[in-house]
Design a protein around this ligand. Structure first.
Ligand SMILES: Nc1ncnc2c1ncn2[C@@H]1O[C@H](COP(=O)(O)OP(=O)(O)OP(=O)(O)O)[C@@H](O)[C@H]1O
Ligand SMILES: [Mg+2]
Length: 219
């Protein structure tokens, strides 16, 4: 039921497991997932489809079991000249620093991003993928003292809250920045955080992370 006209097409392919016709028939259905409990929400493609449809486009899928899948997103081509995008608020260089920080995050992509943003701003960054690893990293650290911890809240083995309780017993002046994607998170909901403890909601931008870290270090 696509409207005739010019489209810009974005194609994404993989060489993964592919899909059976049964799965293909339901893949855009919200909450439909073949991933194990706790792994997928089944909202990935429903969200993609909604976004593309809101732009007046549509998504096509081609998949072969054992070979892979190709998604093609079609967006209506805009003919009118575009207005130059407004300058982002608070543009300008991001605050830098030379302190040593610890980043604890279980999602590898988010962990790498957070670590490389902060390293690019001049900080020395230790990275860990859960609370237990974080405690070990602090214990084994030899260089200049760790000033601030950026940590996810919910992680396997040990979450951010328990980890920071332990850290505070050995490092009383340590600043803590919790990050979480769960808006109903106990920490976010609490509203009241101890001095030197802040909360940054995910997803965050490189700029908000860099500013929040500097702000907390300076307070
Ligand atoms: N590239 C793909 N290759 C094979 N199967 C896929 C692919 N993308 C989606 N599917 C199938 O469609 C289902 C629904 O996809 P969707 O992205 O909506 O949810 P999900 O991937 O299961 O969960 P989430 O996106 O929250 O991680 C998947 O569980 C999977 O069975
Ligand atoms: Mg998905």
């Amino acid at each position: 039921g696509a409207i005739p006209g010019d489209y810009v097409m974005l194609s994404v392919s993989d060489t993964g497991a592919g899909m059976t016709d049964e799965v293909k028939a339901r893949l855009f259905e919200p909450f439909f997932t073949t991933k194990p409990l706790g792994k997928g929400t089944g909202l990935g493609l429903a969200t993609c489809q909604t976004i593309v449809q809101q732009s007046g486009g549509h998504i096509g899928v081609h998949s072969e079991v054992g070979k892979g899948t190709t998604f093609k997103a079609y967006f209506p081509r805009v003919e009118q000249p575009l207005e130059v995008a407004a300058r982002p608020i608070q543009a300008g260089p991001l605050p830098r620093g030379t302190e040593t920080l610890l980043v604890v995050e279980d999602e590898p992509a988010v962990r790498h991003l957070a670590c490389s943003i902060l390293e690019a701003q001049g900080y020395t960054v230790l990275c860990a993928s859960n609370g237990q690893e974080g405690l070990r990293a602090v214990r084994e650290h030899k260089g200049s003292p760790i000033r601030l911890v950026v940590t996810d809240v919910i992680m396997p083995l040990m979450g951010g809250k328990v980890m920071t309780e332990w850290l505070k017993t050995t490092h009383p002046g340590l600043k803590i920045l919790f990050t979480s994607g769960y808006t109903d998170d106990a920490i976010a909901q609490h509203g009241v955080l101890d001095a030197g403890v802040e909360f940054l909601a995910k997803p965050y931008t490189p700029a908000t992370l860099a500013r929040k870290v500097r702000e907390l270090l300076d307070c």
